[in-house]
Structure formats: structure tokens, C-alpha cells
Design a protein around this ligand. Sequence first.
Ligand SMILES: NC(=O)c1ccc[n+]([C@@H]2O[C@H](COP(=O)([O-])OP(=O)(O)OC[C@H]3O[C@@H](n4cnc5c(N)ncnc54)[C@H](O)[C@@H]3O)[C@@H](O)[C@H]2O)c1
Length: 330
Amino acid sequence: MKIGIIGSGGIATNAHIPNYIKAGVDVVAIMNRTRANGERVAQKFGVPNVYETVEEMLSSEQLDAVSICTPNALHKEQVLLALEAGCHVLCEKPPGISENEAIEMLEAAKRAGKTLHYGFHYRHRADTILLKRMIDAGELGDVYATTALALRRRGIPGWGVFTNKELQGGGALLDVGVHMLDLALYLMGYPEPKEVIGHVGQYLGSRPGVGLLGDWDYASLSVEDTARAMVTFETKASLMLDVSYMANLEDKDTMRVECRGTNAGASLFPLKLHTEKHGALFDEQPAYLQEHDPYEKQIQSFLEACRQEPDYRQAEEAVILHRIIDRIYA
Ligand SMILES: NC(=O)c1ccc[n+]([C@@H]2O[C@H](COP(=O)([O-])OP(=O)(O)OC[C@H]3O[C@@H](n4cnc5c(N)ncnc54)[C@H](O)[C@@H]3O)[C@@H](O)[C@H]2O)c1
């Protein structure tokens, strides 16, 4: 397979390019807005061709698939161009910046008959895969409540465009919250949402203070540093979401999902199970679980999907995900 990379920044160089190479497929082209950056990355990984526009790359190369690794607000346009050019697409998270964009991308994937996956690597962790298997086998019973936490003590990135609403579409919710929101929904089987009560705001992020991820641009912060929500579903289940880039908390970085089922509860990360047996309450953890790199697994799973019938499942789920996020922002 021939792969093209759109955007050659952090996630492209740390996760996408090295894992395509590991998987034995050819990364033949990189497109980046600034050519010098694209050339530096191409040289590092031995990628033969560099382009400055998506259109130029897609018309010059016979690509089977592309990875999209650019700021969030650019995803939709680039996903549509790649699908129209007949490529399978792995687009970084969040899928886009709104439900309408997620719908457009789903429809384009179906029109093109190509697989569209999104970069939710937490789904590909070994502990997540195990828990999902247990939930699908009915071991937790009916999962009626989940809690999704993505909380940073002082973690607005001091690099990139994370504080820029125009390029990112949002802040903590779309950047880190989306990972745990997606994971909770995925574990629940992506039920249809019924009601959403949401709250977003800027509290600590728009003034100077201690930043554990470098000096962020507090003066021009145009995104939320906090998002909290309660979601109910047509299935009668519910989800609570708590997200922060910047909060006065003990823990530096919490990424966590809790699932409460009628037979057992479970939490990630790490994986723990909470059950009742013969009149006693148990907490259980796997004694051994073969770990792997979730980014590598994500690329493998995408490539496998590209070799089969087109897979629209993730693109369909993205519509529900963005519907909830739109309502939280509204
Ligand atoms: N899955 C994860 O854990 C994870 C982690 C980090 C980032 N991401 C996602 O990856 C995406 C990129 O994030 P990053 O951290 O790599 O950012 P980055 O700033 O390091 O890289 C972005 C790249 O896009 C390029 N770019 C900017 N405008 C462009 C344009 N118009 N066309 C093509 N390229 C353009 C930049 O030059 C840069 O090389 C974001 O959507 C982010 O949410 C996901």
C-alpha cells in the first residue's frame, strides 16, 4: 500500500509515520504547509516526495490511504479531498469540529466507498480491548452509567495551536475530553443521546500562572479550559463528563473512564473490576496482560480495515460524538 501524510507535526512523526513503516507499507509522500518542515520529516523517515498542498499530493501520487495530522479545523476539508481522490482515510481526533462536519465526512466516505477511521488510540490499548470484550460478552450486565474524566492540573500546551479556537474549534473538550468521551461511548456501544446538559468556560487559563506543559499564550486564549456535562441516552443509561486543561487538583493528569453495570463495575486506567460473589465484594485486576503500543495497534487496525469492505462504523459514531459536543458547547 502507498500512504500519504497530511501535516508533519507531532502526532505524524511520533505515531503515524513510524508505525506505517513498522507495518511494512510505503509512506511515499508528505504534505505540509511549510515545506521546510515537510522536507525535514521526509528526510528523517526516508519519504521520497514532499508537497505543499493536499491537491498537488493527491493528483501527483497514486495513494491507497492517507493520514490527516493537521489542526482540527482543517480535518473536514482534507478528509473530503482525500476520499474524493479514492483514498482510505485515518484522520486524527477530534473527527472535525461539529456534527455537520461529521455528517459530511460520513457521507463522503459512503460516496467514495472508502474506510474512514479516526485517531482515538485509547480504544486500541490492551486494557480497553479486554474490557470491551468483557462488556460485549455481557459480563458487566447492563452498563447503565459511565463517568469520563480528562483532567489536567495545569496542562494547557505551551506549543502548537491548542489555544486557538479558529484552528482547533475548541479547547479542553475537543482536545483531551474527546478521548474519554469517545471511550465511554464506545464501551457503552454508542447509544443514541437523549438530553445533554453542558457547561464550558475559561477560569484559570486566561490569566498567568504555573503551566506544567510550558508557557501557554494566556492573553490570546480563545478556547474553554473547562467543560462539564451530563448526557442521558434513549437506552436509559447516562454519562457524566468532567474535563479540564487547568484546574486546582491534586493529580497532574487524569484520563479515566468508569463503567457501572448491573452485574459488575469496571474502571480504566488501570483496568479494575468491581463485583459481588457469594455475599462478598471483590475488586479484581488482571494478573497479566500483554501490553502493546496503542498507536501501532491503531495503524494496524486501519490497514486491516483498508484491505476489507469499507468500514463506516467510526464515521457513524463520530456523528453522535459531535452531536453531544455541539450540545455541550451550545
Ligand atoms: N491521538 C492523539 O493522542 C493526539 C495527540 C496529539 C495530537 N493529536 C491530533 O493531531 C492533530 C495535529 O496535532 P499535532 O499535535 O501533531 O500538531 P502540530 O502542531 O505538532 O502539527 C500540525 C502540523 O500541521 C501542519 N499544518 C498546519 N496547517 C496546515 C495546513 N493548512 N495544511 C497542512 N498542514 C498544516 C503544521 O505545519 C504542522 O506540521 C490535531 O488534530 C490533534 O488533535 C492527536
